[in-house]
Design a protein around this ligand. Structure first.
Ligand SMILES: CC(C)(COP(=O)(O)OP(=O)(O)OC[C@H]1O[C@@H](n2cnc3c(N)ncnc32)[C@H](O)[C@@H]1OP(=O)(O)O)[C@@H](O)C(=O)NCCC(=O)NCCS
Length: 151
């Protein structure tokens, strides 16, 4: 069974490894090698720790350990990565449901994400719609939003 818990500092190496594996094994289909190399160099364990200090970061875990991660700043979604061997098993949906619930409980009426080309279809499947595109240091991103129902 997969559960979600807050990031702990001793997760940083594992989370960094998952992100780098995703970039090399999955996102590399949609982005040039030079960009993938730059992103991999960026997401070191130290950088993951820094991001976890700036945002609310979560990990999805099962018996074998961490299988995915996401972070949020209010109603904004960041760093959504699922272990390549667990992609397509519902972990991403579970993580999104978790942070959408937290944002809704804080009174936000929409969730916003900056999706990679690779993640775009996933967010659309979860009910997000395109707002605009954005050129970032890490290539093209789609900005999408989904209405929340504040509780
Ligand atoms: C994109 C990603 C986060 C999706 O997570 P996941 O755990 O594989 O997704 P889930 O299994 O929860 O899928 C939920 C639904 O979205 C669909 N889906 C998942 N990825 C999709 C994609 N790329 N395009 C279209 N639909 C997708 C699934 O089929 C499922 O649909 P269902 O309602 O029919 O069951 C994951 O594939 C990943 O980490 N990719 C590499 C890193 C990345 O691109 N991250 C996003 C950065 S913005």
């Amino acid at each position: 069974m997969v559960t979600i818990r807050p990031f702990r500092w001793d997760d940083s190496a594992t989370v960094s490894t998952i992100i780098v594996r995703c970039l090399r094994e999955v996102n590399s289909r949609d982005y040039p090698a030079e960009l993938i190399d730059r992103m991999c160099a960026h997401f070191t364990p130290a950088r993951v720790e820094q991001l976890a200090g700036e945002r609310q970061m979560f990990v999805a875990v099962d018996d074998g350990g961490v299988v995915g991660t996401v972070s949020r700043d209010g109603n904004k979604v960041f760093t959504m990565f699922i272990h390549p061997e667990r992609i397509g098993t519902g972990v991403g949906r579970l993580l999104m449901r978790h942070i959408e619930g937290l944002a809704a409980a804080e009174g936000h009426d929409f969730m916003e994400t900056g999706a990679s080309i690779t993640g775009h279809g996933f967010y659309q499947r979860l009910g997000y719609t395109d707002i605009r595109t954005s050129d970032t240091d890490f290539g093209l991103n789609y900005i999408l939003r989904k209405p929340l129902h504040p509780r």
